[in-house]
Design a protein. Structure first.
Length: 273
């Protein structure tokens, strides 16, 4: 189906319509061989509260953004290469049902569908595209993923020291390594993680010590490498980028203390039957 629709006029028109909805704030999406397979609205678990987001599934990328006017105007465009995606089904919570996690090396987040059937269809389409793409490129599935952020309202106290209580004056922060909600005293350190960002990111004290230990081990292993191999390793420059959402000051209901998070008329609309 993808091969049949690639480079057709109807596919070009549909991709152009998506580009037009994002306007100048979005990136160009049309590429030779790229096919728009479907779209739908999912609820994304954001830092402050769950919010509806528009998602577009292409044969090689997943695109999502904020809804300004449905079918007409979107912003905050995010583009995720499907080669980097791993999916994990999650149990329901009191607030969210039909959940699953979209995990990537740069950012991981939880979404939920309006029904169990819709979730199954989304996951089925995504897995089929990912499998086809990995087979085509010969790449292995991504095994290192960014930690999802625990929602702000999940806890009233720091998840590291368990002493500091959050308030209007005492801000919540997130460790970029583990995703925990922590206080300022427990997250004063910064650490460079090129996979996530070209700049040092806030991490909690525990993760900072772990990252330092890992860096020390890597340095020792590097010194034991033969000179030609060590030079090759030093010349490697991993890609980096920041795909974080902008936070806001929206209020949300308190999450129950026993909520389990990340352990391991809206419906899916496919353009083609």
């Amino acid at each position: 189906m993808v091969d049949h629709l690639a480079n057709t006029e109807i596919n070009s028109q549909r991709i152009a319509a998506v580009e037009n909805c994002f306007g100048a704030s979005g990136q160009p999406l049309a590429l030779p061989g790229r096919v728009l397979l479907g779209e739908g609205i999912l609820t994304k678990e954001c830092r402050k509260k769950p919010k509806p987001r528009i998602f577009f599934l292409f044969n090689d990328i997943l695109v999502y953004g904020s809804i300004i006017i449905n079918k007409r105007k979107y912003n905050s465009q995010h583009i995720i290469p499907l080669e980097d995606v791993t999916l994990e089904t999650l149990p329901d919570t009191l607030q969210m049902k039909n959940r699953w996690m979209i995990k990537t090396s740069k950012k991981s987040f939880v979404v939920s569908a309006a029904s169990l059937t819709e979730r199954k269809e989304w996951i089925s389409h995504l897995e089929e595209c990912i499998k086809h793409l990995l087979t085509k490129t010969g790449r292995q599935p991504c095994r290192e993923h960014a930690a999802p952020w625990i929602p702000d309202k999940a806890t009233d106290i720091c998840m590291r020291c368990t002493q500091t209580k959050f308030s209007t004056l005492t801000r919540r922060h997130h460790c970029r390594k583990c995703g925990f909600v922590v206080c300022a005293d427990c997250s004063r350190q910064r650490f460079l993680m090129p996979r996530l960002s070209p700049k040092p990111l806030r991490v909690c004290n525990l993760c900072y010590r772990q990252l330092l230990a890992e860096k020390k081990k890597e340095a020792e292993a590097d010194r034991r490498q033969p000179e030609p191999l060590r030079s090759a390793i030093q010349g490697y420059e991993p890609s980096s980028g920041d795909d974080s959402d902008k936070s806001d000051d929206d209020k949300a209901e308190q999450w129950p203390a026993d909520t389990e998070f990340y352990t391991s008329e809206v419906s899916w609309s496919s353009f083609h039957s």
